[in-house]
Each structure stands twice: as structure tokens, then as C-alpha cells.
Design a protein around this ligand. Structure first.
Ligand SMILES: *Cc1c(COP(=O)(O)O)cnc(C)c1O
Length: 394
């Protein structure tokens, strides 16, 4: 088949035709179990009937009206986000990168408004992922994604993730923001340590900088709490969400407090599609289902079962060094004998009828629907084990 898309993606040799819950069927009729969830996006599985209802209901009212007007769906979703988090105000975007772009711009503008233009430095972590715009890819700290697009935005310093001393050394009066993920998703499902997140909070407060927590991947119930920061007893000044926020409809959000929000004065930032009513109506319905204590409890339980099952497979096959993560964001770290072979494992696991992805070259990432049931989980684990055995036999 001819590929009309730019060659920056390496598509898997399977084209989906239809999907429901945690099952996907390809154009050639094969059935798959989805433990990737569209990279932590399809938090309620595929084609959830309540989301279809929310989408079609709004589709019959109006789709788009511009940000010269506010809408019920946007206000309703923002109200829910505020009522269930540290935040007082919300800015809507269309993606994680745009939510982070807004967060970084807000931090810079707030610092400039209050302290002058020299307070512009952003402290970020090595091997982070914050999106693909030039600003967010520069903040991400993975030169392989940014170096070919130089010259890059200035005023960004990277410290090793979870290195408290390096963070302390980097922060100064010139710092306007500290940003990181509670679990580094793209680079290997690596959780932040309590002392690091606490130090970041303390330093941000001490130096009048914004603590930005990127919850694009970890948010919306993924770790068993609405937002992952809740596990640590530490509150950010700015939080970004996207991925599972719309459960498959593109939407991002930047949450912040009444302290920082006023820096976004009229006209200082914007978006044509951000906060569009279709996306907000779906996200608003999704929010209620995700934020139900029963759903969050289910995430914790299924996450534990998935970790147990992967640990078992690791013991039986020797393929994994260890398994890590929280809730239903789990990484199986390949054993030394299988270094840099995540791509191969992902491919063979797909051949055996399970969708997962790599996170970096040494970790298999699992980010299934938060509603994943026992039957799909168990069947998927049987298939994953078969796939691993077949890699080892080859
Ligand atoms: C996926 C991701 C992003 C980027 O989101 P897009 O919607 O692809 O722009 C940013 N931060 C984190 C932590 C992510 O996982």
C-alpha cells in the first residue's frame, strides 16, 4: 500500500478497522487486545457508549464558535478540573505539547511581570518528554529529538531526573520554572522519587518559580488517582493534561492557580480550537467516569494484577529485569541479555495479538484502558508470554 504521509512515523504492519473496549480488529479480520490504549489516551477503552452519546449530543448543537465566546461544555469541564485539583483556573489547548507550551509561556510571563526579564530560566530533566513543538522539545532534554532543529530556544537547563543535589545547584534567582513528569513516560516509565518532587516544590517556593508538573501521560486516573501528584503530598503551581483528558478526542489543558493565572492577560496567549465544545463535552463526560472512586479503585487493582502477571512472566522467561510504574502505567524493563530489543518484542507481541509499545529501547510499556477487565488482561498475558517465548526460541 502506498503511504501518503510524511515518513516521520514507522507504522506497524496492521491497520485497524474497528475497536470496542480493549479489543481491536484489523482490516484483515484479526483480533487484538489493546494494552497500549492509544499511548495512555483511550482511558475508557474504544467506543465507550457514554462518550459516543456525549459526542453526538454536542454534535447536534454546535461544533465550534471561537474563543470570542465561552461555552457550557468548556466551563463545565474547567469547573470539574478545578473542583478536583489544586487549581483555580484552566486554559484549554489541543494537545500535550500545546498545554506545556502554555505552561512554560505562563511561567516566563509571570516571572517577567513580577521580577523582570532576567528571570527566565527553565529547569527541566534529562530524558524528559514534553512534546514536539520547538519550545517543548527543547525543554524535553533528549537532544536526539531537538538538535536537528537548531537554533533552539534559550534559557533551558537540564538536570538528571531524581538528582536532588543537581536540582539544588541549578535553581537560582533567575529560575522561572521547574518542570518534570511524575513518571517519565516516553523514556521508560520511571517514577519520580519523593525527595526530588519535595525538593522541587521547596525550591520553587523559595525562589519564586513555578513548579510545573507534566501530567499529560500520568493524569486522568492513570496511576489510580486523578492526578499522580496526589501520591506525593506535593502540589504544583501549574499542571498540564492531555492524552486521556479527551479519551481520544484531541484536547489539552493547563491548570494553574489564582496566583499565576493573571499573567495571562487578555490577548497574551490563545488558540483557535482550544476549548472547542465537541472536545470539552466528551472530556466532561469522561471526567465523571474516570473520577468515580470505583474506577480509580479498579485502576489500582488491575494495575497490581498486571504488575503481578508481568513479574510472573519475567520469572518464567528471564526476559525482564524488573517491572515498575503505578496504576495502569507500567514498564517491563528488559533483562541485560535483551538490551535495545524493545522494538523487536513489541513487534512480536503484536504478531501474537496484543498492542503495546516501547518506552525507550529497553522498556515495554503497558497503558491499557482504565476499565480493563480480567478476561482481557489474562488473555493478553497468555499471548505476551507466548510472544516472549517465540522471541527467545528464534
Ligand atoms: C505525550 C506527552 C506529551 C505530548 O503530548 P502531545 O499531545 O503529543 O503533544 C507531553 N508530555 C508528556 C508527559 C507526554 O507523555
Amino acid at each position: 500500500m502506498h503511504n501518503y504521509l510524511t515518513p516521520n512515523f514507522a507504522f506497524a504492519p496492521m491497520m485497524p478497522a474497528r475497536a470496542e473496549g480493549s479489543r481491536v480488529w484489523s482490516e484483515d479480520g484479526k483480533e487484538y487486545i489493546d494494552l497500549l490504549g492509544g499511548i495512555a489516551v483511550n482511558a475508557l477503552g474504544h467506543c465507550h457508549p457514554e462518550l459516543i452519546a456525549a459526542l453526538t449530543e454536542q454534535a447536534q448543537k454546535y461544533w465550534h464558535i471561537s474563543n470570542y465566546f465561552t461555552t457550557q461544555p468548556a466551563q463545565q469541564l474547567a469547573k470539574k478540573l478545578v473542583a478536583n485539583s489544586f487549581a483555580d483556573k484552566v486554559f484549554f489547548a489541543n494537545s500535550g505539547a500545546e498545554a506545556n507550551e502554555a505552561a512554560l509561556k505562563l511561567a516566563r510571563k509571570w516571572a517577567r511581570d513580577h521580577f523582570g526579564e532576567q528571570k527566565n530560566e527553565i529547569i527541566a530533566c534529562v530524558n524528559s518528554f514534553h512534546g514536539r513543538t520547538l519550545f517543548t522539545v527543547s525543554v524535553g532534554g533528549q537532544p536526539k529529538y531537538s538538535k536537528d532543529f537548531a537554533p533552539l530556544p534559550q534559557g533551558i537547563t537540564h538536570v538528571p531526573f531524581n538528582d536532588v543535589q543537581a536540582l539544588k545547584n541549578a535553581v537560582s534567582d533567575k529560575t522561572c520554572a521547574i518542570i518534570f513528569e511524575p513518571i517519565q513516560g516516553e523514556s521508560g516509565v520511571l517514577p519520580v522519587q519523593q525527595d526530588f518532587i519535595q525538593a522541587a516544590r521547596d525550591l520553587a517556593t523559595q525562589f519564586q518559580a513555578a513548579l510545573i508538573i507534566d501530567e499529560v501521560q500520568t493524569g486522568m486516573g492513570r496511576t489510580g488517582k486523578l492526578f499522580a501528584y496526589e501520591h506525593y503530598g506535593v502540589q504544583p503551581d501549574i499542571l498540564t493534561s492531555a492524552k486521556a483528558l479527551g479519551c481520544g478526542i484531541p484536547i489539552g489543558a493547563m491548570l494553574t492557580t489564582d496566583k499565576f493565572a493573571p499573567a495571562f492577560t487578555v490577548g497574551s496567549h490563545g488558540s483557535t480550537f482550544g476549548g472547542n465544545p465537541l472536545a470539552c463535552a466528551v472530556a466532561s463526560r469522561a471526567f465523571d467516569i474516570i473520577n468515580d472512586p470505583k474506577t480509580l479503585q479498579h485502576v489500582a487493582e488491575q494495575g497490581q494484577k498486571l504488575q503481578n502477571a508481568l513479574n510472573q512472566i519475567g520469572q518464567e522467561t528471564g526476559a525482564f529485569d524488573h517491572v515498575r510504574g503505578k496504576g495502569l502505567l507500567i514498564g517491563a524493563v528488559l533483562a541485560d541479555a535483551y538490551q535495545n530489543r524493545a522494538g523487536e518484542f513489541v513487534r512480536v507481541i503484536l504478531e501474537h495479538g496484543v498492542l503495546i509499545s516501547g518506552a525507550g529501547s529497553n522498556v515495554l510499556r503497558f497503558a491499557p484502558s482504565l476499565l480493563l477487565n480480567d478476561e482481557d488482561l489474562n488473555e493478553a498475558m497468555t499471548r505476551v508470554k507466548q510472544a516472549i517465548l517465540s522471541v527467545q526460541a528464534a
